[in-house]
Design a protein around this ligand. Structure first.
Ligand code: PMP
Length: 285
């Protein structure tokens, strides 16, 4: 994966994929001073590109590492990297971090803020589960309180428990893990938001301690366009049994049906299919 042909955008210019390295004393590697975006291009155009660039800047600002690139500069850099990849449908990863420098301790303001963009092909995030319904394990870790960590930043540090929980889920034969939050409410999966359907209405956790995904907001728009009621609220895990359908949303996950959470099963129903199809259509408009 490292030693291959291709281009990566690094700090302002395209370089060879295999040369896109950083120093071992990179601050981000030691202290998680890193933020990123996951985006998808469809037909040569990045869906909601500007929103992703704005979120990258907002995440970096929350980590006290203001980016030396504007939204327009990031937009141009992503377009240039996508064009260089020759791909029409692709995953786009932008990442910004504190590099190596004079600061070797926790404080890092003297070290440069760096940025890279890479583009590669990435099919269905949950593989076959995309149509059959993913199985989710309940994570043992909880999404933290907004008083603990900047929960709305897409920051590397918030993904440590995601990786651990996803490993544990996969070891049990599940596709992903579902987190509760620090209060015990249903929160999100390790890289996607969650929706439930009951009696023709939709319920989704209120994003007050986790990422309010761009796909989540897009899907809420698709539902409201169809006059379907969407309740953004606190959901207790005991309520799962009463829900009939369930799906995940995320840039990588798109709209993926969920077939099972713990012991409770869901049907891949008409509304799930309709919204998945509507999303697939919208991203190519
Ligand atoms: N939650 C987490 C933890 C994520 O990593 C993602 C993917 N970025 C999402 C939710 C969904 O966000 P989006 O729809 O903006 O991709």
């Amino acid at each position: 994966y490292d030693d291959r042909d291709g281009k990566i955008w690094l700090d302002g210019k395209l370089i060879e994929w295999r040369d896109a390295n950083v120093h071992i004393l990179t601050h981000a590697m030691h202290y998680a001073s890193s933020v990123f975006e996951g985006e998808r291009a469809y037909g040569g155009k990045i869906f909601k590109s500007r929103e992703h660039s704005e979120r990258l800047i907002a995440s970096a600002t929350q980590l006290d590492m203001p980016l030396p690139w504007s939204v327009d500069e990031i937009e141009a850099a992503k377009a240039e990297t996508l064009a260089a990849s020759g791909l029409e449908d692709a995953y786009v990863r932008a990442v910004a971090w504190r590099g190596s420098g004079e600061d070797m301790g926790v404080a890092s303001s003297r070290n440069p803020v760096r940025m890279a963009i890479a583009v590669w092909p990435w099919g269905a995030y949950y593989g076959d589960a995309k149509m059959q319904g993913a199985r989710l394990d309940i994570a043992k870790w909880k999404r933290p309180s907004p008083e603990t960590i900047p929960v709305h930043a897409k920051a590397a540090g918030l993904y440590m428990i995601c990786t651990m929980s996803k490993h544990a889920a996969e070891a049990k034969g599940c596709s992903d893990a579902l987190f509760m939050d620090y209060r015990g409410y249903v929160a999100e999966a390790t890289g996607a938001n969650i929706f439930f359907v009951k009696d023709g209405e939709v319920h989704t956790p209120k994003p007050d301690c986790f990422l309010d995904g761009i796909t989540r907001r897009t899907v809420i728009g698709l539902l409201r366009d169809r006059q379907i009621k969407v309740h953004e609220r606190h959901i207790m895990p005991e309520e799962l049994e009463a829900f009939e359908q369930c799906w995940l949303t995320g840039t990588a996950a798109e709209v993926t049906p969920v077939g099972q959470i713990g012991d409770h099963t869901f049907v891949v129903g008409d509304l799930t299919r309709e919204i998945a199809a509507a999303y697939e259509k919208l991203v190519r408009e």
